[in-house]
Ligand binder design. Structure first.
Ligand code: HEC
Ligand code: HEC
Ligand code: HEC
Ligand code: HEC
Ligand code: HEC
Length: 236
């Protein structure tokens, strides 16, 4: 089922590349930039399902070939597999190259067709599961609008709960979707590391940001370049 669908995509891509049909690409992955289809795709003798230009056929290998120091002229947005998070031990970036289904960490295969269609052929998460390399209509090149954490909650829907995590394992998360209660003795607004209301320490990356007015996953979690140390600056 999945296989035959992929085959159609491959045939479709071949037709697009061979036919030379223009396909809208947003900068910095195209349009007025120097990156063309052929930078990422080759039509013959390639490994992988979508004719991408990566030695092992993996999307992450393609992305990281440019998103590495010196990978592309002046590249500042660099990542490496060494940054993949292993909860409790190491890493500063959301995992890729891992199965989408992770009962231990409360993640399931995506429900949204647009994410599901862009898992790697073996069901693992890759850069292009969350990012669309062809379109920046939802910056930064995202497949789903994450302004209220819809992207995160699609796979992590088990954690989309207003109730407190229990030790019986019924609820996997700190409550989300909740507005901060005013004047209830909580830190409201949240305090910065210097004890004053944020962003008093000048480091915006350690601020707890309310998402659509509520506590959500990205209030506490970053995605890439997040070292869990409130004393340092995170991000690209
Ligand atoms: C920055 C790298 C990059 C560039 C530039 C790029 N592509 Fe892609 N393209 C990809 C990746 C990665 C995939 C696989 C995405 C996935 O996981 O489904 C893909 C998939 C496709 C597909 C399969 C359908 C889909 O959207 O998944 C088609 C067709 C395609 N590309 C055509 C093009 C054409 C035509 C161009 C030039 C106008 C182009 N691409 C430029 C990276 C790129
Ligand atoms: C051919 C080189 C190349 C490849 C391959 C490539 N990128 Fe990029 N990408 C760039 C460049 C150049 C920029 C601009 C970086 C900068 O501003 O320092 C960029 C920027 C981005 C940005 C940030 C956009 C912004 O708003 O600043 C994202 C997200 C991104 N790429 C994701 C991907 C993903 C995901 C893949 C693999 C599917 C990929 N890229 C593959 C060259 C590439
Ligand atoms: C689980 C989903 C997910 C995966 C997997 C993922 N990303 Fe991201 N990425 C995001 C989100 C969400 C953001 C925006 C983060 C933010 O705004 O703080 C982002 C931001 C970025 C940026 C920075 C854009 C900017 O504005 O500076 C780059 C570059 C990038 N991703 C590249 C990659 C590459 C390359 C891979 C694979 C090696 C990858 N991402 C894997 C979700 C993901
Ligand atoms: C495509 C599905 C998918 C999406 C989208 C997704 N996650 Fe995950 N997430 C997973 C899986 C699967 C794991 C388990 C990774 C592993 O096996 O180590 C995970 C692990 C995590 C972890 C534990 C650290 C790690 O990377 O292993 C955190 C924290 C997390 N996700 C937060 C988020 C946030 C925040 C977002 C939104 C920006 C998000 N996730 C989007 C599937 C997803
Ligand atoms: C109030 C802050 C906060 C919120 C909100 C939050 N988390 Fe966490 N999360 C944490 C902390 C702190 C840890 C580390 C816990 C530990 O080390 O035991 C963590 C750990 C995790 C882990 C690693 C596995 C585990 O259970 O220890 C995953 C996966 C995760 N969070 C995903 C999410 C997702 C998805 C959401 C949104 C539904 C979310 N978190 C909301 C603070 C938060």
């Amino acid at each position: 089922m999945m296989r035959s669908k992929r085959l159609i995509l491959v045939v479709g891509l071949g037709a697009v590349l061979l036919g030379g049909t223009a396909r809208a690409l947003d900068d910095p992955h195209g349009a007025t930039g120097a990156i063309s289809c052929e930078q990422c795709h080759i039509a013959h003798n390639t490994l992988g399902e979508v004719l991408i230009d990566a030695t092992d056929g993996l999307v992450a290998t393609l992305c990281l070939s440019c998103h590495t120091p010196g990978g592309w002229v002046g590249m500042s947005k660099v990542l490496s597999a060494a940054e993949i998070a292993v909860p409790g031990s190491q890493g500063t970036s959301h995992a890729w190259g891992v199965p989408a289904l992770s009962p231990a960490l409360g993640a399931e295969a995506p429900q949204s067709a647009i994410l599901l269609d862009h898992l790697a052929g073996d069901g693992t998460i890759t850069c292009a599961t969350c990012h669309d390399p062809h379109s920046n209509s939802i910056p930064p090149f995202l497949r789903l609008d994450n302004s209220t954490n819809a992207l995160c909650l699609d796979c992590h829907r088990q954690r989309n709960t207003a109730s407190v995590r229990t030790y019986t394992g019924n609820d996997l998360s700190h409550p989300v979707g909740q507005a901060l209660a005013v004047g209830a003795g909580y830190h409201n607004p949240p305090l910065d590391v210097d004890g004053n209301p944020q962003p008093s320490d000048g480091n915006l990356t350690n601020d707890l940001v309310l998402v659509g007015g509520a506590v959500q996953c990205t209030t506490c979690h970053g995605v890439h370049k997040t070292d869990s140390d409130s004393g340092t600056v995170d991000g690209f």
